[in-house]
Design a protein around this ligand. Structure first.
Ligand code: GLY
Length: 269
């Protein structure tokens, strides 16, 4: 998940692909998945890659009532021993949360947990973290009240929160950015501008990627220094290799078809 530092990615929660995956929401990168068996193979390759690179993975059973249930990132935000259980921004996704919350509360025994009430809405996919600097997307899924809940969670820490307005042609902040290391943010041209991010901490940089590779900007940096990337985004791959990073390429075609990216499929805790 995007809310932990790279060195904290020791354990990940994922959820298997439901039989109903072809009915997952799709409006941005995808027009909807068509091949559940292929999606399952791609999802298993994702799990295998995490495990082969030192991450302990726990997989929750799929729930056919919830076509989007593999996208666990949206359902819980774990930050340094605290957890926010957001109210998901799309009504069809609200009931995905209870088994994820139950698992994380049991695993993170005694974790300080905040929930959202009233009109507050947030998808975890609107959060990225660069060291102790957080960015949250204000999007069709995340509103000002939801952002205030995250602000409350962070206010007793030394961490800073900045808000980025997500353009209408993107779902989440993580749909178009990621932090493959704690010093780099990948960003597609034409979606966001340097002003959206403000001044970065010393030694950090924004890497601008052509807009046609926007999907490839979502990556997962691992504690062993390797970076999980989607196959087929050569400019992203070259930019990361030039910075000495070793890549793990995964075919994400059926997951992309449901507007899902690499980070969407896990919660690091
Ligand atoms: N299909 C992922 C989402 O729209 O939340």
């Amino acid at each position: 998940m995007a809310s932990v530092r790279t060195d904290q990615k020791k354990r990940a929660l994922v959820r298997h692909v439901p039989e109903t995956f072809t009915r997952a929401l799709a409006k941005y990168f995808g027009t909807g998945p068509t091949d559940v068996a292929l999606a399952r193979r791609q999802h298993q390759a994702y799990i295998d890659a995490l495990e082969a690179n030192g991450v302990r993975v726990h997989a929750i059973e799929a729930d056919d009532r919830h076509p989007d249930c593999i996208f666990v990132e949206d359902q819980a935000v774990v930050i340094d021993g605290r957890m926010l259980l957001p109210m998901p921004g799309h009504p069809s996704r609200v009931a995905e949360q209870p088994p994820i919350a139950d698992f994380l509360m049991a695993e993170l025994d005694g974790v300080q947990t905040c929930t959202m009430g009233g009109e507050a809405r947030m998808d975890g996919g609107d959060i990225i973290r660069l060291g102790d600097l957080f960015y949250v997307g204000k999007s069709s899924r995340t509103n000002e009240l939801g952002i205030n809940s995250l602000r409350s969670l962070l206010e007793t820490s030394d961490m800073e929160l900045r808000v980025i307005q997500i353009p209408e042609n993107a779902l989440h902040l993580t749909s178009i950015t990621s932090t493959p290391t704690d010093e780099i943010i990948l960003v597609p041209e034409g979606y966001l501008s340097p002003e959206d991010f403000g001044p970065l901490p010393e030694g950090c940089e924004l890497i601008w990627i052509p807009s046609e590779e926007a999907y490839g900007c979502n990556t997962i940096g691992l504690p062993n220094g390797k970076v999980m990337v989607a196959k087929g985004y050569p400019t992203v791959h070259q930019a990361l290799r030039e910075r000495g990073l070793e890549l793990i390429e995964l075919d994400m075609s059926e997951i992309r078809a449901a507007d899902g990216s690499l980070t969407c499929c896990s919660i690091f805790y």
